[in-house]
Design a protein around this ligand. Structure first.
Ligand code: PEP
Length: 254
């Protein structure tokens, strides 16, 4: 089977301004044509989704970093409903990023609800999974990944993964400058794919699994070489168009 299309996604987190977004997007749009094999996605803060959509044009995809777990809009102060994200031009939404889990108390159940709502509203969820350093040291990596994945499988079923992306993001590698080795990333990705394959081999073979955690221009090529690694979810390095496009070029070169 030929490898799945690479996806390189930029998670801008709570960064950016009208001026810096413009120059970042200009750099991405200018370089996107050099990476025709790669699907490129940017996830700005929600307040910037509409202006960034207007700057992107057609080639680069737009995603949100979060959505409400409610299936209907209504009296939920401060929340953003998935229909609003669709209207703003989003195709994708991150779900269960470790910062949401750790800093905002999102449980596996909340993450699974958000995944289900996103799909029902025609957004492709990018489901983030990953273990902490303490969990890795305690040899709990697979148990944690299984628990986080099963919460979504139990609620939405394996067929939901025909329209979803998974991001393996070891928490100890996010924003720390510490990266999983190619072998560690591939091992975790193979575990995730294998768990899906036990339920449906076709879906497991088609779902894209991204690696996230301090991906930089100088390590992207090696990380993306794993047979089960289908691109990256990029934080810090997605804020500089030169670095982000160098990472896209590493995917293009695979
Ligand atoms: C992330 O926020 O998903 C991430 C991987 O961040 P960084 O690339 O900065 O480690």
């Amino acid at each position: 089977m030929s490898k799945r299309q690479y996806l390189v996604a930029g998670n801008w987190k709570m960064n950016g301004s009208t001026a810096s977004n413009r120059s970042l997007v200009e750099g991405i749009v200018a370089g996107a044509g050099d990476c025709p094999k790669v699907e490129i996605l940017v996830c700005p803060p929600s307040v910037y989704l509409c202006p960034v959509a207007a700057l992107l044009g057609g080639g680069v995809r737009l995603g949100a970093q979060n959505l409400a777990d409610q299936d209907k809009p209504g009296a939920y102060t401060g929340e953003i409903h998935g229909t609003m994200l669709r209207e703003a031009g989003c195709d994708y939404v991150l779900v269960g990023h470790s910062e949401r889990r750790a800093l905002y108390g999102e449980s596996d159940a909340v993450v699974a609800a958000k995944f289900g709502v996103a799909q029902a509203l025609d957004l492709v969820p990018v489901l983030c999974l990953g273990e902490t350093l303490a969990e890795r040291d305690a040899e709990q990596t697979e148990a944690v990944l299984a628990r986080q994945l099963d919460a979504v499988l139990d609620r939405s079923g394996v067929h939901a993964f025909a329209r979803a992306v998974i991001a393996y993001e070891p928490v100890w590698a996010i924003g720390t400058g510490r990266t999983a080795s190619t072998a560690q990333a591939q091992e975790a990705h193979a575990f995730i794919r294998g768990r899906l394959a036990a339920l449906d081999a076709t879906i497991a073979g088609s779902v894209r699994i991204l690696y996230g955690g301090s991906v930089k221009p100088d390590n992207a090529r090696e990380l993306f070489a794993g047979v089960d690694v289908d691109g990256g979810l990029i934080g810090g390095a997605s804020l500089k168009s030169q670095d982000f496009m160098a990472i896209c070029a590493a995917a293009q070169a695979q």
